[in-house]
Design a protein around this ligand. Structure first.
Ligand code: AMP
Ligand code: MG
Length: 416
């Protein structure tokens, strides 16, 4: 397996911006997974290894885009042209009719015979009872013909290496006749939660314990990103226990993810444990909710320690874990794109840090899409994630937002 350098997360500044974090991850992390060939039906969500070249053009032959009458444009007069109908070609039929000054009844998807270059829609012509058709003037030569290769030329790159395959990619590969595709092997990710207060669902919970939710959220997110996830449970707030578990996980995983224990409190032992087991880089990210993220390398395996508050964990994973696991599987960079919506809220923030407000979208009476901010702020409120549609991204230079202003919105669906 290709190794990453121990210093790949090194960062000199005191505070890291979100853009710096993503750029650094994309620059420093490279593919560490091998490839495997899988059936096309399983390819959705995987990352293509190597460019997919078109073995055939698409469409494979000139064909009609409509039901109608194929002609040679050169045979048309300047006014209405009356022509005999010399034959009929349905989709799937291979007929070669080459007669001058005649039209051919043709259907959508049927091959346009050589020499014929234009198709009149059946709605636009007058069909006589005597095997003649009257064709109006003014149709552009080439109209309603889908030329061979207009979609994809033979031997061109149909799908770029590193593409994260979607149902559309699967359709394109199928149209090219592929039965299988070579994709990146799934990244093997170890997921731990840390905290003496945590118990797993299924166990007894009573104060002062809380159920561990981050591990399940992070495992679900990682599975959506196409990873193989190992559920390694909950670790106590104990530096030696943590260090041993991290070292063991590094032996058979490509990536290690924890949440909790990365602040600077006395009970935050993750950073110390990473120092003991490998190399630590602590990122103070200028992000809210979020902020402290521990990065590291443990025996050549990259490590990310997210903050424990569930919403902070959720937001930082989008800007740290998502780009990291995609880069390690060889995916092309997929920057998150905030789309403009109208703020239906006011907000004040500090300059110099990027903040994310959880918001629900609604259509205002004037038709414009508005973002309605979740009424409460807490970084522990899971209801705030469930009851909203995405994150309003308030960039570093913004200090206030007033209702009616345009803000950038990132739907949750684009985060996985
Ligand atoms: P920490 O980052 O460890 O200081 O934790 C911050 C807050 O997040 C505390 O209220 C923790 O109880 C909570 N927390 C940490 N880990 C989890 C988890 N896995 N699931 C739910 N809450 C958590
Ligand atoms: Mg903790």
């Amino acid at each position: 397996m290709a190794q990453l350098s121990d210093d790949c997360f090194a960062f000199g500044g005191p505070m890291m911006s979100v853009d710096e974090a993503v750029a650094l991850i994309c620059e420093r992390l490279h593919t560490i997974t091998g490839s495997q060939t899988i059936p096309l039906v399983e390819a959705d969500g995987r990352i293509l290894c190597g460019d997919l070249l078109a073995g055939i053009p698409l469409p494979p032959f000139n064909n009609s885009a409509v039901d109608g009458f194929a002609v040679r444009a050169a045979d048309l007069g300047s006014g209405v042209t009356r022509m005999p109908v010399a034959g009929r070609i349905e989709a799937g039929a291979s007929v070669n009719i080459t007669r001058d000054n005649s039209a051919i009844r043709i259907f959508t998807g049927a091959p346009v015979p050589s020499g014929f270059d234009t198709v009149f829609m059946q709605e636009d012509v007058t069909i006589g009872s005597d095997e003649f058709v009257e064709l109006p003037a003014g149709l552009k030569p080439g109209a309603n013909v889908r030329p061979a290769g207009e979609d994809i030329e033979k031997s061109s790159i149909a799908i770029k290496s590193g593409s994260r395959l979607t149902p559309s990619h699967v359709a394109l590969a199928a149209a090219l006749g592929r039965t299988d595709l070579t994709v990146a092997r799934k990244l093997k990710v170890a997921v731990f939660s840390t905290g003496n207060e945590l118990v797993s669902p299924g166990e007894n919970q009573s104060p002062p314990q809380v159920y561990d939710s981050n591990r399940f959220m992070l495992m679900a997110l990682l599975r959506r990103l196409g990873c193989n996830v190992s559920d390694l449970g909950i670790l106590r707030d104990d530096r030696a226990v943590l260090a041993r578990a991290l070292a063991r996980a590094a032996e058979d995983h490509d990536f290690i993810l924890t949440s909790g224990g990365v602040s600077t409190g006395d009970a935050d032992h993750v950073k110390g444990a990473v120092e003991d087991a490998g190399k630590l880089t602590f990122w103070r990210m200028a992000i809210k909710p979020g902020r402290p993220v521990a990065m590291g390398m443990i025996s050549g395996t990259p490590f990310v320690g997210l903050p424990g508050n569930p919403v902070a964990s959720f937001v930082t994973q989008a800007y740290v874990v998502r780009p990291a696991v995609l880069a390690l599987m060889g995916a092309l960079p997929a920057p998150l794109m905030a789309l403009p919506v109208r703020a239906a809220f006011s907000y004040k923030k500090k300059a110099g840090r990027r903040e994310f407000a959880r918001a629900k979208l609604r259509r205002a009476p004037d038709g414009v899409v508005e973002a309605v901010k979740f009424p409460r702020e807490g970084a522990g409120l899971l209801s705030s994630l469930v009851e909203t549609d995405g994150l309003v991204e308030l960039r570093e230079d913004i200090t206030r937002v007033e209702p009616g202003e345009s803000v950038g919105f990132i739907p949750y669906s684009s985060l996985y």
